[in-house]
Design a binder for this molecule. Structure first.
Ligand SMILES: Nc1ncnc2c1ncn2[C@@H]1O[C@H](COP(=O)(O)OP(=O)(O)OP(=O)(O)O)[C@@H](O)[C@H]1O
Length: 582
């Protein structure tokens, strides 16, 4: 179970992002019916979760219920209020879909539940459809992960159905998912000891590994062409990029100053300045908006300097009460105050001896403490609270803040003399929207994150990222990319994998934040789900608008109008070609 946990968590996360606004909580239960993972409904406040971890949902114990019935029948199940057997559940709507392991056994079920009164039968049906798609997606991810060292063939066996097989490079079959099994068995064969070429005309292009490629496998018996994609082993050095990418995450080792600064001219100037004072003890003051990378840069300055083999000690001055900062910084002698340790405590400054002391959020340091810090910076001596021997300390101080200390000094909240002491070298970090090396930053952040390493970003997704304001700067970009890397299915981040922190930002920043058009928030949960459903349907039909519209039983004109209404921007060329008669 453990190796699969990450993949299942990603599925839950993605499912939650899609249906949580309608008041659903999502969970995963083992094949024994025990909830092991749960994401509560947003805005649930103190309302207890319906499916908390550890709860048991078998048919025997709880009567007809989503999880238990789905496990029993080994198929997706949806229950709307009075469909439940026990009266205590008849206010709830739930649905569950089994997830099959690549062996064909049930691994567990994905489950959605809500007690929200506003969920109509239609909305629940939509949520159910999304759940089924997600369970299949999780299954495909599990299959791909399990067979990542084999050739993977993705066959579109019907307009809405993808089937996966794992094969050796010469075509002999290793495994097939349940959709492929159905498809191949339909020809009257099992897969044991078989090769792809028992079912399809031999395709010589299959034998030239190098990258993912699209082929049409021609069925031996009826000559039907099955559009397929072949992916050679992901770990093979031969499996290089796909055509539609603009950023490919390089593999990075430990982060140096130069790696940290990227190729933005302002950051390069900063790096040059820092290199020139590399060996000195001149204090460095890092100024920049929240999330611009001050902490990361401080660590890189230390790691790249002659003190790298000595401690790097960080103290967040905003996160501690005044009394604690004092004792944290300077330490205290035995019995200095009530509650103090008998043997006293060494302060952070002493702990950083020979190395670097990083004072984060220095602009929030209480004025009384600023005086003590100034004294230390002037004479490099520490006197623990409660007395004791004065110690000389050799540390380099790096301070950082996202508030304007110059302004704070003018207003008397920050000692001007401390400002000048700290400002030996002042480094202004540009905001993310000012940086000129955006794609490079994206690649670097992706490479830092296990699920992101090796991921590409489509041109459209990159354009969308670049159009955003990024009030949370690199930190926010990291969050968005991490989420996207979690939900992207095939190594490529697309527009609809991007979920921005708009709600969070709306609460905490004064900057005007324009959400990019394609992710504008839906006005109501129902609309949100319809949008998600449209996007899921498009994905399932390989972004083919004609096929998607047909599957949804909509005219193409209506389908395009809905896409436009929901701000869904089509990707492939087929989607933007529409005949005037439609
Ligand atoms: N050079 C970089 N390359 C890649 N990612 C970076 C870089 N700098 C910062 N980040 C990402 O942005 C996140 C936030 O960076 P950091 O904590 O250094 O910002 P900060 O300016 O100190 O923020 P705050 O002022 O809120 O403390 C990091 O955790 C990291 O994920």
């Amino acid at each position: 179970m453990e190796p699969y946990r990450d993949i299942i968590e990603l599925g839950l996360f993605e499912l939650s992002a899609l249906i949580n606004p309608s008041g659903y909580e999502v969970s995963f239960c083992t094949k024994a019916g025990v909830t092991i993972l749960n994401l509560p409904a947003s805005g649930a406040g103190g309302v207890p979760s319906l499916e908390c971890p550890g709860s048991l949902w078998t048919e025997e114990t709880e009567g007809t219920n989503g999880v238990g019935t789905s496990l029993w029948e080994a198929r997706p199940v949806s229950l709307y209020k009075s469909d439940h057997f026990l009266s205590r559940y008849t206010d709830n709507c739930c649905a569950a879909a089994p997830v099959f392991a690549s062996s064909g056994d049930i691994l567990g079920v994905l489950n959605i539940t809500t007690s929200s009164e506003s969920v109509s039968r239609e909305l629940h049906q939509m949520a159910y459809n999304i759940l089924i798609k997600m369970a299949e997606k999780v299954e495909r991810r599990l299959f791909r992960h399990y067979h990542r060292d084999h050739c993977l063939v993705e066959m579109r066996v019907s307009p809405g159905q993808m089937a996966l097989v794992a094969a050796r490079e010469e075509g002999s079959l290793i495994a097939a998912d349940r959709h492929a099994m159905n498809f191949l068995r339909a020809t009257g064969y099992g897969i044991d000891g078989k090769s792809l070429w028992n079912y399809f005309d031999r395709d010589n292009s299959f034998f030239t590994p190098g990258s993912s490629k699209s082929v049409a496998l021609v069925h031996k018996i009826d000559g039907v062409r099955i559009p397929s994609k072949i992916h050679f082993p992901i770990r093979s050095p031969l499996s290089s990029g796909r055509p539609d990418h603009v950023a490919r995450a390089p593999v990075t080792g430990s982060r140096s100053l130069l790696e940290t600064v990227g190729s933005d001219p302002k950051m390069i100037r900063n790096a040059g300045l820092l290199q020139r004072v590399r060996g000195s003890t001149l204090p460095v003051l890092l100024l920049g908006e929240t999330g611009t990378g001050k902490d990361v840069l401080a660590r890189a300055i230390h790691a790249d300097g002659p003190r790298s083999h000595k401690p790097f000690v960080a103290l967040n001055c905003a996160a501690m009460p005044e009394t604690l900062i004092d004792s944290e910084l300077f330490g205290y002698s035995s019995g200095a105050f009530t509650g103090a340790r008998k043997e006293g405590q060494t302060g952070r400054i002493m702990q950083a001896e020979g190395g670097t002391l990083f004072l984060d959020e220095i602009g929030d340091m209480p004025v009384a403490l600023q005086t003590r810090l100034l004294r230390f910076l002037e004479n490099a001596e520490v006197t623990p609270i409660g007395g004791g021997a004065v110690r000389r300390v050799d540390v380099r101080v790096i301070a950082a803040t996202n508030v304007s200390v110059a302004q704070a000094a003018r207003e008397g909240r920050f000692r001007a003399d401390l400002y000048y002491r700290l400002a030996g070298v002042v480094v202004n970090l540009p905001t993310l929207r000012e940086r000129t090396d955006f794609p490079e930053v994206v690649a670097k952040i992706l490479a830092d994150y296990p699920a992101g390493a090796g991921m590409s970003v489509s041109s459209a997704a990159m354009a969308l990222l670049q159009s955003y304001e990024w009030p949370g700067n690199l930190r926010e970009l990291r969050n968005v990319l991490q989420r996207a890397a979690c939900v992207a299915d095939d190594g490529m981040i697309q527009e609809d994998h991007l979920f921005f922190d708009i709600e969070i930002n709306a609460g905490v920043t004064s900057t005007a934040i324009a959400p990019p058009a394609a992710i504008s928030l839906p006005p109501s949960p129902q609309r949100g789900d319809e949008r998600a459903m449209l996007m899921a349907a498009l994905r399932d039909h390989n972004d083919d608008a004609a096929e998607t519209a047909k599957a949804l039983q909509m005219s193409r004109a209506t389908f395009y109008r809905r896409l436009k209404e929901f701000g869904i921007r089509p990707r492939g060329t087929r989607r933007i070609q529409m005949s005037p008669t439609n």
